[in-house]
Design a binder for this molecule. Structure first.
Ligand SMILES: [Ca+2]
Length: 400
């Protein structure tokens, strides 16, 4: 199987090489002069030449960074699939274990920053699966590639690369610790370098801010982030509501309005009880006919971590599960329900048993899994979606 895939892949790089030969040298020169420009800027901000040059020694642009940039799951995946994997029973159980294991560090973070332990652990679980998934990209390479070859946001990545150099120079982290996402988010909390410089704190008292190898530092830094983002101690992030079938308001996130105005539009609280919380609240209504949430300031604090409602909902709902409350109560408007990571691993094993190459059955749905799912959907006369949904899982389980 592996050999076959290797053979099939050969012509593509050969063609790409032929096409790129004419432009390879100027592209390298462009990259070099771009990095030289960033170096001058970094030095003017106090970064030493030796720190910069050591971090950038031998670094070449990596086109996979740009591919990853154009494939951001928060914006491409149906929200129920996104939440299905991020708030599954596994993450809840592991989160409860983390609450026990790190009770002392969480208690001191709560006392110092006024952010409750369930919120802190939920951010940790969503950001890095409690430290297990932190990204495999070298920050100097990923950020210099984005800063010098991306079609957009180059200034942003340039700033992150310079911030990376400042982190190395301060001695908080060594360069080899700086592995993260293609966008430069790294460590347990997945802070980007400028966020690190602004908000990372020393939680274990050793004088260094180490979000890569110190869990207390990571938990305190997350609490500090949420506090600076306006987290209100003891307040609710929000709660699930039922939107009446005739509701004419827009789908998505609606601007804040008095809670009483939402009640006046026929919105009711799931599980009964009055719409409470007082003051202004937003309505998050991701898909017509599906669940919705009334949200307050602590939701906004979670939103500011990554700038997507799907993400803020994942943190908020996971935090509720860790408090012992239920997750999403109402059904999503789909006949193909979301799956947990355990179910996705099962689906991948079923695909492997049918001869598909999906790599290791980790539960992560990448291009190989999507292609295999689409092929099976076609075989079964279903519309090919490539989604790891409940329908295809049920069909393959049943031996169809
Ligand atoms: Ca420390």
């Amino acid at each position: 199987m592996f050999h076959h895939r290797l053979m099939a892949a050969l012509p593509v790089p050969a063609l790409a090489l032929a096409l790129s030969l004419a432009t390879a040298a100027p592209a390298q020169a462009d990259f070099g002069s771009c990095v030289a420009g960033i170096r001058a800027s970094a030095l003017s901000q106090g970064v030493s030449a030796s720190v910069f040059d050591r971090a950038m020694a031998g670094v070449t642009p990596d086109p996979k960074v740009i591919e990853a940039m154009n494939n951001q799951p928060e914006f491409r995946t149906p929200i129920w699939d996104y939440l299905g994997a991020l708030v599954d029973e596994e993450r809840v159980q592991e989160g409860r274990q983390m609450l026990r294991t790190h009770a002392a560090a969480l208690a001191s973070a709560e006392a110092r920053y006024g952010v409750d332990r369930h919120t802190i652990v939920a951010v940790w679980g969503v950001e890095s699966n409690y430290g297990k998934v932190r990204g495999r990209w070298s920050l100097p390479q990923a950020l210099s590639t984005a800063a010098c070859t991306a079609s957009r946001r180059r200034e942003f990545f340039r700033g992150e690369l310079i911030a990376t150099m400042k982190i190395i120079q301060r001695g908080d982290l060594r360069q080899e610790q700086l592995m993260g996402s293609w966008a430069g988010a790294f460590g347990h909390t997945q802070f980007i370098p400028t966020t690190y410089l602004r908000l990372a704190v020393d939680g274990d008292g050793d004088g260094r801010r180490d979000l890569v190898d110190s869990i207390p530092d990571a938990l305190h830094s997350t609490a500090n982030f949420m506090a600076k983002a306006g987290f209100q101690t003891g307040a609710s992030w929000g709660y699930e509501v039922d939107v009446p079938s005739g509701y004419a308001g827009p789908v998505g996130r609606t601007a804040r309005a008095p809670v009483s105005s939402w009640a006046a539009r026929g919105i009711t609280r799931v599980g009964g009880g009055a719409l409470g919380g007082g003051g202004n609240a937003g309505l998050v209504y991701p898909a017509r006919g599906g669940p919705a949430w009334i949200v307050f300031k602590n939701y906004d604090a979670a939103f500011s971590y990554n700038g997507a409602d799907s993400y803020a909902l994942a943190i908020s709902i996971l935090s509720d599960r860790l408090r012992g409350r239920p997750g999403v109560q109402q059904a999503w408007p789909t006949d193909d329900p979301p799956t947990s990571r355990e179910e996705r691993r099962e689906l991948q094993r079923l695909l492997i048993a049918r001869g598909h190459d999906v790599g290791e059955p980790t539960g992560g749905i990448g291009p190989l899994s999507r292609a295999a799912i689409s092929a099976e959907e076609r075989r079964l006369g279903m519309t090919p979606t490539g989604r790891a949904g409940g329908k295809i899982l049920q069909a393959l389980r049943a031996g169809r």
